[in-house]
Write a protein that binds this ligand. Structure first.
Ligand SMILES: Cc1cc2nc3c(=O)[nH]c(=O)nc-3n(C[C@H](O)[C@H](O)[C@H](O)COP(=O)(O)O)c2cc1C
Length: 409
């Protein structure tokens, strides 16, 4: 295999560049030979001297380096490696990659390479959330570029927090090793180019300005599916009810409260290739939401709360005429007659699959980390063993990718 355990690390011009020095150490500890390319902006944050001392190799900074280019060095740099890592990947560098620009050494190498590329973005949350950056990320994912992070947390700028921190050097090194060990094959990104819409969490249906009807859904399973779909290369829109979980990396999250808001957000997110409706949507809402806090009136009689049915999001999506995703997956959280109820839902709601799980209190599924699911399709029922919610998510995403591939022939 060309390159073996060799990595070309491209360091972009962000504050997180200092973490890339630690990344070099982590890679070398794992027996990986590291060469470094630094952008002009990166050299404002760390010096080639530091990177060179840690790699024990020449550091490349200039496209028009007479010595290195005697044998067209930029092409050698691009090809003579097992993997290219871009860390920190600036918004600017990702924009250049998405556009195929090659105005400096880093971008030229990235355009000339035929090796797998792992990108670790790092930037201010507003820069990451900007539609231009998100468009570039989607393009790069479609092109088969692997991503790690960004993560949520405090920014280097004081007082700023959100999605945009570079993944930790150790996590980048581990992912790099996985990609190197996968050999020269491009990383498995079976959902590259696909748009997946996922709902997650509970809904809150207001009774009055201070009270609401809710349920015990934590959103853990839906969020894990969103993370797994993003890892598999999909563009993911996650429409989430109120949860306390961090936003999964590389996913567009749309927060909502009520079932009506969730339906509107799902409709606005379409078209999509796949819809996974994992949220625990309240079946009913209060007919007349109190505009003021409802008070005891002294009569000893509790107020009567009239309920009306909420829109059925899964059924609405399943029955769409023009815009129906190719695969519509619903969830059935039941406490009795699991399979009969799931099969009924499959038919009534025009879903393709129902992921059925028993949420009786004794199972600990609601809010817990494990799940025992059965996949009910028009062809039969599959029993899955008890797995962590992350593992359930990965298996489900793999099964979805396989189903899309079969459908598309
Ligand atoms: C103090 C400072 C910190 C910066 N941090 C980041 C950052 O974290 N991420 C980013 O995308 N750009 C950041 N920028 C902007 C980039 O340095 C700028 O877009 C530069 O042109 C990127 O060049 P490059 O992509 O060739 O490395 C920062 C700029 C300054 C002055």
């Amino acid at each position: 295999m060309t390159g073996g355990k060799r990595v070309l690390l491209i360091i972009g011009g962000g504050i997180a560049a200092y973490k890339s020095l630690d990344l070099i150490r982590r890679l070398r500890e794992r027996g990986v030979k590291v060469k470094v390319v630094m952008t002009a902006a990166a050299q404002q944050f760390i010096t080639p001297l530091a990177a060179g001392a840690l790699t024990a190799e020449k550091v490349y900074t200039d496209l028009f380096d007479r010595e290195a280019e005697q044998d067209v060095g930029h092409i050698r740099l691009a090809r003579d490696t097992g993997l290219i890592i871009v860390a920190p990947a600036t918004a600017d560098l990702m924009a250049k990659m998405a556009q195929g620009l090659a105005g400096d050494l880093a971008s030229t190498v990235l355009l000339a390479t035929n090796r797998p590329v792992l990108v670790a973005p790092a930037m201010n949350p507003a820069m990451w959330a900007h539609p231009a950056t998100q468009r570039n990320v989607a393009t790069l994912k479609t092109d088969g570029i692997a991503f790690i992070g960004p993560e949520s947390g405090e920014m280097a700028e004081s007082g700023e927090a959100g999605l945009g921190r570079m993944a930790e050097p150790l996590a980048i090194a581990e992912r790099a090793l996985e990609l190197l060990e996968a050999g020269s094959a491009l990383p498995a990104r079976p959902l590259a180019g696909k748009h997946v819409v996922i709902t997650s969490g509970p809904t809150h249906e207001p009774i009055d300005p201070v009270r609401y009807i809710a349920n015990r859904s934590s959103g853990k399973q839906g969020h894990a599916i969103a993370a797994a779909a993003a890892e598999a290369g999909a563009r993911v829109t996650l429409i989430s009810g109120p949860v306390t979980l961090p936003d999964p990396a590389g996913v567009t999250v749309i927060p909502v409260e009520t079932a009506k808001e969730m339906l509107a957000a799902v409709e606005a997110a379409l078209p999509a290739d796949v819809a996974i409706m994992a949220a625990a949507v309240a079946d009913w809402r209060v007919a007349q939401e109190g505009s003021e806090k409802i008070k005891k009136d002294g009569s000893g009689q509790p107020p009567a709360l009239a309920l009306v049915e909420n829109p059925d999001i899964l059924s609405t999506v399943g029955h769409l005429a023009g815009n129906r995703p190719k695969l519509v997956v619903g969830f059935a959280a039941e406490t009795q007659n699991l399979i009969a109820n799931a099969q009924g839902k499959l038919q009534r709601k025009a879903a393709d699959w129902i992921v059925a799980n028993d949420v009786s209190p004794s199972t600990g599924v609601m809010g817990g980390d494990a799940n025992t699911v059965r996949i009910v399709t028009h062809d039969g029922i599959e029993d899955w063993p008890t797995l962590g919610k992350t593992e359930v998510a990965r298996r489900l995403v793999a099964r979805i990718a396989a189903a899309l591939e079969t459908a598309e022939g």
